[in-house]
Design a protein around this ligand. Structure first.
Ligand SMILES: Nc1ncnc2c1ncn2[C@@H]1O[C@H](COP(=O)(O)OP(=O)(O)OP(=O)(O)O)[C@@H](O)[C@H]1O
Length: 733
């Protein structure tokens, strides 16, 4: 490996930008002095390294003297020392980089959907009232897959839509729900049968979609990823060095300090995003990499570059498996092995270069000018346009599968698998996990970081991402404050006459809208963080609790600023009760409403992946929250079911607290026509208690209600935590 020559990552990289091993683009002094890739490419001789440094320094001195700038000898010495230290780390990292090659074998692997229909569902299906669910049919997703996938090669899983590519990739990488899917047969890594949990911790998996934080740069994304993925035994300097190395190896140098970008925000290109996602996984130097549709959504040139990158990383003794829809012909040539699937069956597994001959032997000759990948996928696909075409395509598939089973490639493979089987136990053994773990390097096996380490990292990352987006951050706080300004303009200087009664209750009711504002904010901002969290939790980087607490750390300050801003703007402009205690209670209620609204937002976003569905459901819920708060219909007059429901609404408690807070002890006048007697003596409402009585709030115990409101807000958040932790159904893998 040490003698490997660099492979240009793109056709252009060799021309316009320097190659991986290019001397000129390396810094001599600084944290990224000698990237690992370039050391490997040059060989590991320290003398050679020192010689190169000396040459550079000599050159530098000449240059300095040309410009008549005297660099003090101590500075040069210090620089040299620093550089040597960095090189020492780089060389030791490289020497420790001991990738253990992994061969993956699949032995009669079958994947079926479990019957997860409920008792009611089954009864309805039986009665014919509803269509039988796919699960109810125990659908076979993959049928008797046998394979051996070797290191140092790119194995591409090809097939039409729905042929089972992603299912196969997820099955091999241990990313499936046991409750939904039943896997039989042997999935072995170096003839060991590790548990899906160990596989998930050991392999790199790049999903179809890139989940990255839009306001971080490429370098920062990798740095945070390194801090989360690499074990604490690796020093921070080493982690950063790995990042620089990945930037270089994946040709991300030009965009290293560019923000990733997101919806409506310019950032790096789609291909660079893909490479960044690959880079995040490569940080732990995994011996096995899985990639689901790494070229999806990319133009053909960028797709080519991405597959070239995969070819490059596979040559570092890695086992690289990717699914791909329809590769163009020059991409097809980059694959070493191809697995062709149709309807969950293996139609071919072998070298890409052998495919044309194999299918020709079966009388399926690829036309000269046609892309072989297109041709092979076409002949395997099932044509459902009419019964005759469907039957014909199933017959053709039968011939292709039989032809593959009769081929020498298949016979050799079966022989290889049966020999391997003799030496291992048929069932998964805990020992296999231990043995495979020994074969993997210490950095390769990811383990969940304790919360006291992960929380500061995730929180720092979220803050950076949130504060960089100045417009969103300002909007987040100013939305609440702006609403306060609007309220202040509408209800400016509320008097203590009869109009003041209505204006007060109107303003207090409107203040409950805080719950909506928080919800809308959450639905707009949380999904990006959630998707990254799902991905990183799947990678086993940290726990739900760490994410949950770090989200609180980011959210609570925004809510504090927002509630204080709203209270300051409205309280004095409207002339509400001039008491410090009342101001504090009002602010606390607003804060709790924001917190509860955010909880509802988090809850629906955790339950429903689709933002549209989440928003609709949350809006319906929140309308109920405000309608049932008590301003329209007192709790006591509600039907029984709604009354109990009412008790678990923070808005009910918030409404009575802010009303009692403002109205208890208040007195109202009724000048002139506002009075019942016409001369201002008998007022329709003369005390705040009278107003409270109309809502049945006259006996409210403030301490009691505040405690319930705060407890409910906390309880909502705990429900959010439990849903985030246990509901993994909508998690996109
Ligand atoms: N959890 C599941 N529940 C129901 N059906 C499933 C499930 N997982 C996979 N399938 C079905 O299995 C088949 C294979 O799906 P898979 O996603 O593996 O196909 P694919 O080849 O990756 O397709 P595409 O290229 O369109 O992504 C499809 O018919 C799909 O509907």
């Amino acid at each position: 490996m040490d003698d490997e020559q660099p492979i240009p990552l793109s056709p252009s990289s060799g021309m316009s930008s320097p190659d991986l091993g290019d001397e000129d683009d390396e810094l001599v002094c600084g944290p990224n002095a000698i990237p690992l890739g370039s050391i490997r490419n040059r060989g590991n001789s320290r003398d050679e390294q020192q010689h190169q440094q000396q040459t550079y320094y000599d050159g530098d001195r000449d240059h300095s003297s040309m410009n008549r700038i005297e660099v003090p000898q101590e500075v040069l010495d210090a620089c040299k020392d620093l550089n040597n230290a960095v090189n020492e780390i780089a060389i030791s990292l490289e020497e420790n980089r001991n990738l253990h090659p992994i061969t993956i074998t699949l032995d009669d692997v079958c994947v079926r959907l479990r019957d997860t229909s409920s008792v009611v569902g089954k009864a309805l299906q039986k009665s014919g009232l509803i269509e039988p669910a796919k699960q109810g049919k125990k659908k076979v997703l993959l049928n008797n897959i046998n394979a051996a996938i070797k290191p140092g090669q790119v194995c591409a899983i090809l097939g039409g839509s729905g042929s089972g590519k992603t299912t196969l990739l997820n099955t091999i990488s241990g990313r499936y729900s046991r409750a939904e899917i039943k896997v039989t047969g042997g999935i072995k890594f170096n003839n060991l049968k590790p548990s899906p949990q160990l596989i998930r911790r050991a392999v790199g998996y790049v999903m179809q979609k890139d989940f990255l934080l839009p306001n971080l740069t490429v370098r920062e994304s990798l740095q945070y990823s390194a801090l989360l993925r690499l074990p604490d035994s690796v020093s921070k300097a080493e982690k950063m060095l790995r990042v620089e190395n990945i930037i270089k190896e994946l040709n991300l140098k030009d965009c290293a300090d560019t923000r990733v970008g997101g919806v409506g925000q310019r950032g790096i290109s789609g291909g660079e995003k893909r490479r960044l996602s690959v880079g995040c996984q490569l940080l732990t130097d995994p011996a096995v990499m899985f990639l689901d549709e790494p070229t999806s959504g990319l133009d053909s040139f960028t797709s080519f570059q991405v597959i070239q990158t995969l070819s490059f990383i596979a040559r570092q003794n890695r086992t690289v498996i990717c699914t791909i829809h329809q590769p163009r012909s020059d991409i097809f040539k980059l694959f070493d092995q191809v697995m062709l699937l149709s309807k969950g069956q293996l139609v071919y597994l072998g070298p890409a270069t052998e495919m044309v001959n194999h299918f020709s032997r079966l009388n399926f000759v690829c036309p000269k000018l046609e892309n072989p990948a297109d041709y092979f996928i076409d002949i395997c696909s099932i044509d459902y346009r009419n019964q005759a075409l469907e039957n014909a395509s199933f017959d053709r598939l039968g011939v292709l599968v039989q032809g593959y089973h009769a081929s020498k490639t298949y016979t050799d493979l079966k022989e290889q698998l049966s020999t391997a089987n003799l030496s291992i136990s048929a069932s998964q053994d805990a020992n296999d996990d231990d043995q495979l773990a020994i074969q993997l390097s210490s950095t390769e096996l990811r383990s969940s970081k304790p919360f006291y380490i992960s929380i500061p990292i995730i929180t720092g990352r979220s803050y950076k991402n949130a504060l960089r987006d100045v417009a969103t951050s300002i909007t987040r706080v100013s939305q609440v404050v702006s609403f306060g300004i609007m309220m202040a303009l509408c209800f400016l200087r509320i008097s203590y006459d009869q109009y003041g009664v209505q204006n007060r209750t109107g303003f207090l009711y409107e203040s409950l809208s805080m719950i909506f504002i928080a919800l809308l904010n959450c639905v707009a901002l949380f999904p990006t963080e959630r998707n990254l969290f799902y991905r990183e939790r799947n990678d086993g980087l940290y726990s739900t609790l760490s994410f949950f607490i770090s989200y609180l750390f980011v959210e609570v300050p925004f809510n504090i600023f927002g509630s204080l801003g709203y209270a300051c703007v409205t309280y004095f402009a409207l002339g509400l009760k001039h008491e410090a205690g009342s101001f504090f209670v009002f602010t606390l209620v607003i804060f709790t409403l924001l917190f509860a609204g955010e909880s509802v937002g988090l809850l629906v976003c955790s339950l429903f992946y689709d933002v549209g569905i989440a928003t609709t459901i949350a809006n319906v819920l929140l309308s109920l929250f405000t309608i049932l708060a008590g301003f329209f219909r007192p709790t006591a007059s509600l039907p029984h079911v709604l009354r109990y429901f009412n008790y678990i609404l923070p808005t009910k408690w918030a409404a009575e607290i802010i009303s009692v807070n403002e109205l208890r002890g208040a007195t109202f006048t009724c000048p002139g026509s506002q009075s019942l007697d016409g001369n201002g003596t008998i007022c329709p409402i003369s005390t705040g208690e009278q107003v409270l009585e109309t809502y049945s709030w006259q006996d409210v115990n403030m301490t009691h209600s505040i405690l319930i409101m705060v407890s409910l807000a906390i309880a909502y958040r705990i429900v959010v935590y439990l849903v985030l932790k246990f509901n993994r159904k909508n998690v996109v893998l």
